[in-house]
Design a protein around this ligand. Structure first.
Ligand SMILES: Cc1ncc(COP(=O)(O)O)c(C=O)c1O
Length: 390
């Protein structure tokens, strides 16, 4: 058995329902150090170590939704808070059932039959899927530039990370290059639309990846930003039809609930059980009720998409008129070529109380900007015009 766990640790794990097959991975994680570091947008944004800003600063750095939760969700939070002394697993089941109906997948309280599991956001299932499917000899494959959280989990678990450049010009995932790069992959990660570029990978390319991936590997499709996009095609039905996929959904983006915490993983029951084996604890009931209330507002996705798209496209027109290079995005974030180190540019913007996103090592002169309110984007324009020189 590939494990450095003591006999005592092994019998304890067996008692707690872990299979012997997981011992190697658990040993790696225990050897690697203390607690598993969890990264999300906020943690990654903090890593850029910008000075602290006044309360009225424009925060367009972490792909949050400036509108916050909808009014119905806020009401639901207030009523739910009174019951906050209870664990209330039934609130989680209620949300799971509503989301399953919205996505047309099967939810069951019996985990061996369920295709959907609720989490406090999508960071946890993202990390847990990496731990479940990547090993020392089963790499994690992702696009570059792409969302880095899974990469950090893979490194922590001792799995190799393979970064495959986005296609030039269209900036969608190069699925053929991803396949060629890793015939022994544990997990292929496709963020659709992609963070940070906001670009969409076609359904046919994702199907190609799933159909041609090596046996035993899994494709994880992160649909955190899918509600903002007109053209991205959801892949939740691929889970229902039994494919080797894990789909991630979150209420942090369009639904404006990043601080309330609700999300989900959708997958075939056997794959989902591998992801949930690392889960612990109850869900925040305020978030369960808020997410459920948000799903009931049928016009919300369309209205919020329209609102955000209008502001983003206005900003693009302004940038284009100034001959600033940017990548047309379908989400609430986009990349701009600032023609000098992005980190320095972001510091200049922060000095004017406008906090923008980070740069990616592969594109050091590009920075990511999240879409704020109309007023916030006017302040962004003012600060940008002072910081940018052609
Ligand atoms: C692509 C992507 N996936 C997942 C997450 C995790 O977000 P949360 O845990 O709030 O759902 C983020 C956060 O920004 C993200 O950009």
């Amino acid at each position: 058995m590939p494990s450095s766990l003591s006999a005592e640790q092994q019998s304890d794990l067996l008692r707690r329902g872990f299979s012997r097959r997981t011992f190697g991975r658990i040993a790696t994680i225990l050897t690697a150090g203390a607690t598993l570091p969890f990264y999300n947008e906020h943690a990654l944004a903090q890593m850029s170590k910008l000075p602290s800003l006044p309360a009225d600063a424009v925060k367009i750095n972490a792909n949050e939704n400036p509108l916050g939760p909808c009014a119905e969700a806020v009401d639901a939070v207030c009523s739910a808070a009174k019951q906050g002394g209870r664990y209330m697993w039934e609130a989680t089941d209620m949300l799971a059932q509503s989301l399953a109906e919205t996505l047309d997948v099967k939810f069951s309280r019996r985990s061996e039959e369920s295709y959907l599991e609720i989490f406090p956001g999508s960071s946890a299932p993202l990390h847990q899927a990496v731990l479940a499917f990547c090993l020392k000899d089963r790499p994690f494959v992702k696009a570059d530039p792409g969302y880095e959280a899974g990469e950090m989990a893979a490194k922590y678990a001792g799995a190799k990370v393979i970064n495959v450049p986005l296609k030039s010009g269209t900036y969608d995932h190069d699925v053929k290059a991803m396949l060629a790069a890793a015939p022994d992959a544990g997990l292929f990660y496709v963020c659709n639309p992609n963070n940070p570029t906001g670009t969409v990978t076609s359904r046919s390319d994702i199907e190609y990846l799933v159909a041609n991936k090596p046996q035993g590997s899994v494709v994880m499709i992160d649909e955190a930003y899918i509600h903002f996009s007109e053209s991205a095609v959801p892949c939740t039905d691929m889970a229902s039809s039994g494919k080797d996929v894990v789909i991630l959904r979150t209420f942090s983006k369009l639904y404006g609930m990043a601080g309330l915490r609700a999300g989900a993983a959708i997958a075939r029951p056997d794959l989902l059980q591998k992801v949930t084996q690392w889960s612990a604890g109850a869900m925040p009931i305020t978030a369960m009720y808020a997410a459920n209330a948000s799903l009931k507002v049928k016009s919300l996705v369309t209205e919020r998409r329209k609102y955000m798209t209008g502001i983003r496209e206005d900003t693009f027109r302004w940038l284009a008129a100034k001959n600033v290079e940017f990548i047309p995005s379908e989400t609430n974030c986009f990349m701009i070529n600032v023609k000098r180190p992005g980190r320095d540019f972001a510091k200049d913007m922060a000095a004017q109380n406008v906090l923008i996103g980070r740069s990616w090592p592969v594109w050091p002169n590009w920075i990511r900007v999240s879409v704020g309110t109309k007023d916030e984007m006017l302040k962004f324009r003012e600060a940008f015009a002072k910081s940018y020189s052609a």
